[in-house]
Ligand binder design. Structure first.
Ligand code: CA
Ligand code: CA
Length: 298
């Protein structure tokens, strides 16, 4: 089995990163991942001043996929997400949606066991393990692993989970794919700036799709297809994600823009992934039951 240990982390997605391993297209790869603090927080007594803030949002990789060429699409099927039994959260000034109202930094350790996260003595919350940072190298300037964009990155989308397939652009030879920043649980918006941050291990199958011009990134689940967009302003992210879905329907089914947008207005949903990263991420959801009537399949 191809395996990438968490000794190999990057802090930016870049065409200049040296690949850790090279794999055949269609291979399964296991990525061992640190949490978003690179596992620096072990207890609730960890002081913020002790943290090395240059080691935030590490992604494990990158992996070079043979045969992936610029203009292709990398299909990332998420086969399995395993995670540790302890998550961490931080809340504080200048973090998240109400950081201006928080006076001090608080570190919270969250035990994760039996399919639940123990938020407090009284409150346990369901798990929805997901991948926060996942992407390919951009063609131009390197992009910090903290920022989401066309290449993927820190999209913090809770549908990037076991069983989903994420479609990403191949911008450079080999794609240079990497991932990290697992969350054991997270709600849409990620309002505190973090989820239940946790280290773990992700198994994916990496495939290359040729000769398709899909609007990327996209996600396919058992029941839905999503176009994703990250922009500085949430409104812009909403319109880009919507335009991307219109483009997909037009291209793949041949229906008109008018028809596409009318149908999307009836059965499509704009949903928020996160509102706390340097760019904010929106997804547009369409049911596959409707897409199949249009003969759209990915
Ligand atoms: Ca994140
Ligand atoms: Ca995170």
């Amino acid at each position: 089995m191809n395996r990438v240990s968490k000794d190999h982390v990057i802090y930016a997605m870049s065409k200049d990163n040296q690949p850790v391993i090279t794999v055949e297209a269609g291979s399964q790869v296991v990525f061992e991942t640190c949490d978003c603090f690179e596992d620096q927080i072990k207890t609730a007594n960890t002081h913020f001043s002790e943290l090395d803030w240059n080691r935030i949002n590490p992604a494990t990789g990158p992996v070079f996929v043979k045969g992936a060429e610029r203009g292709d699409i990398l299909a990332v099927r998420i086969d399995k997400i395993d995670h540790n039994s302890q998550a961490v959260m931080v809340t504080g000034p200048n973090m998240g949606v109400i950081g201006d109202q928080l006076g001090e930094n608080v570190v919270r350790i969250i035990p994760v066991q039996g399919g639940k996260a123990q938020f407090s003595k009284e409150i346990e919350v369901p798990l929805n393990p997901m991948i926060g940072v996942i992407g390919t190298a951009p063609a131009g300037e390197a992009i910090s692993c903290g920022t989401p964009d066309l290449h993927g990155g820190n999209m913090d989308c809770k549908l990037i989970k076991e069983g989903s397939t994420l479609f990403l652009p191949v911008n450079v030879a080999g794609a240079l794919f990497a991932l990290g920043d697992l969350h054991a649980a997270m709600g849409d918006g990620e309002v505190a700036v973090c989820g239940a941050e946790i280290a773990g291990e992700v198994t994916v199958t990496l495939s290359v799709i040729k000769d398709k011009k899909w609007p990327l990134p996209m996600i396919e689940t058992d029941t839905h297809v999503y176009t994703l967009a990250s922009e500085v302003q949430l409104d812009d992210a909403a319109s880009t994600a919507t335009r991307n879905m219109v483009n997909l329907l037009e291209q793949e089914s041949g229906i008109s823009k008018h028809e596409a947008i009318a149908l999307m207005s009836l059965v499509g949903n704009i949903q928020v992934c996160q509102v706390v990263d340097p760019k904010k991420t929106i997804r547009f959801e369409m049911p596959k039951s409707i897409l199949s009537k249009l003969k759209v399949s990915l």
